[in-house]
Design a protein around this ligand. Structure first.
Ligand SMILES: Cc1cc2nc3c(=O)[nH]c(=O)nc-3n(C[C@H](O)[C@H](O)[C@H](O)COP(=O)(O)OP(=O)(O)OC[C@H]3O[C@@H](n4cnc5c(N)ncnc54)[C@H](O)[C@@H]3O)c2cc1C
Length: 434
């Protein structure tokens, strides 16, 4: 067993090294005096700023972001599983940013791509030659009637998404629930969302916590899918269906949470048969997700029609991430209106594409860099086990370690990828080295 564990650890170290050390930036530097404004200094904005300062000597790079803290969001699930403290996900934005870039600690309030101008919340106007929108997304808790983030950690309400402290409060609430038993209700919104595996992960982790506590027979788990499927990739959906059945979950489909009554512990759903109420003793609220208001309401950059229009996602080409109407604008990360890719793992593959597209545009040549929709989701199925699900725009499974890590098997090594390797890869990405 020990030897096996050692082999596994060696494999994870190798996998981590392979993922982290894709080598320094080797592409030809492009000297320029271009003014590049990046909105958002989260996973995507920071990684791009670091790569661009190396790739574009002389460029004047400005980042806008009011947030002082950098949040490693994939860690929220581990915090909500009681395996890490809230501090695990928190570092300072300033530590990650390149010294050569300017950081304005304000949010963008409106964008005028005709005038190539961004206005900040204090009214300061900035002009640019190139704009990269990397604002992430808005967690629209208010769209669920009766819901507020202040409720997280009381009355059976958890929410892994809201932040590290709320993830810790969710763990405390989930722990109280598994002591006593009752009904746990899991949902996901009908909008696009980041890390679509996270709602499933937390249902599995609650089941696991009850089994460990010896109270599983006192716990009913309901998973309410927003559509006719539990996961958008058909082969993964089938695997999840089997696991849910195996673990004794009850499931309902086409249920979208629209209201919550914390006092009565009742959630209301829109369903094809009309409004339905479902009682719960514990629930992990996952809000609808949309482009931030500055993009959605105060810019013309969102899709004007089609599936990404209503929530304001940026209208970009899904392979080049360049705006379809404003060629000097790019989208990166969660805010991009592309069919897949709202994970940090996707950001890792998107950043070099935008870097190269931008450098090529400045140099007056065509870039061949393309993003293929790569999305990775370490789907935790219990503490110590996960499936490393990776796919692309075509729903093809695209395993990074074929023959070594089977994507649809619950493996300890896949768990280690999430628990250990992912953060190292993420940090290397922030530095522009992965
Ligand atoms: C619970 C949970 C679990 C996850 N698990 C995984 C996982 O296992 N694997 C994985 O790969 N990914 C995972 N993710 C997803 C991953 O964290 C995100 O996809 C990733 O952080 C997206 O990067 P981003 O830069 O687009 O957005 P963010 O990292 O969210 O950064 C956006 C930044 O933009 C700033 N901003 C917002 N509005 C404005 C504005 N108007 N002006 C200026 N700045 C603005 C914000 O302050 C923020 O700093 C998870 C996420 C959550 C919440």
């Amino acid at each position: 067993m020990l030897a096996n564990r050692r082999q596994f650890l060696a494999l994870v170290a190798a996998a981590s090294a392979a993922a982290t050390h894709s080598g320094p930036i080797q592409a030809q530097p492009v000297p320029t005096g271009a003014r590049i404004v990046i909105l958002g200094a989260g996973a995507a904005g920071t990684a791009l700023a670091n790569r661009l300062t190396a790739r574009l000597p002389g460029a004047r790079i400005t980042l806008l972001d009011p947030r002082q803290a950098h949040l490693y969001q994939p860690g929220f699930t581990l915090i909500a599983a009681g395996l890490k403290p809230a501090s695990y996900s928190v570092s300072m934005t300033a530590e990650w940013l390149p010294r050569k870039a300017e950081w304005i600690q304000e949010a963008a309030a409106e964008i005028d791509p005709e005038a190539r101008r961004v206005v900040t919340t204090s009214g300061r106007a900035l002009t640019y030659d190139f704009l990269v929108v990397a604002t992430g997304l808005k967690l629209d808790y208010e769209a669920i009637e009766g819901m507020s983030t202040d409720l997280i950690g009381s009355n059976g309400i958890g929410s892994v998404y809201a932040g590290p402290d709320q993830a810790a409060a969710t763990f405390a609430e989930m722990s109280r629930f598994v002591e006593k038993g009752g009904t746990a209700l899991f949902t996901r919104p009908a909008t696009e969302m980041k890390c679509a595996g996270a709602p499933l992960k937390y249902a599995f982790l609650t089941d696991d916590a009850a089994r460990r506590k010896g109270t599983r027979d006192k716990v009913k788990i309901i998973y309410a899918a927003h559509s006719g499927a539990f996961f958008s990739v058909p082969i993964v959906n089938e695997k999840v269906r089997m696991l849910f059945e195996d673990r004794g979950f009850e499931t309902v489909k086409n249920h979208v949470m629209v209201a919550i009554d914390p006092g009565r512990r009742i959630a209301t759903f829109d369903t094809p048969e009309g409004r339905k109420e479902v009682g719960y003793d514990f629930t992990n609220v996952i809000p609808p997700m949309r482009a931030p208001d500055a993009i959605r309401f105060n810019s013309p950059l969102s899709w004007q029609q089609g599936p990404f229009a209503a929530d304001g996602w940026l209208e970009v080409d899904k392979h080049t991430l360049r705006h379809l109407r404003y060629p000097s604008v790019f989208a990166l990360g969660d805010v991009a209106g592309v069919p897949k890719g709202k994970t940090a793992a996707s950001v890792k593959w998107q950043v070099p594409v935008v870097e190269d597209q931008l450098a090529a545009q400045i140099a007056g040549r065509e870039s061949t860099a393309r993003y293929d929709g790569y999305t990775s989701c370490p789907l935790i199925t219990r503490v110590g086990r996960a499936m490393l699900v990776e796919f692309d725009y075509k729903d093809n499974l695209v395993p990074s370690f074929p023959g070594l890590i089977a994507p649809l098997e619950e493996l300890w090594v896949s768990w280690l990828m999430k628990e250990i390797a992912l953060k190292a890869t993420y940090n290397a990405m922030l530095r522009g080295r992965a």
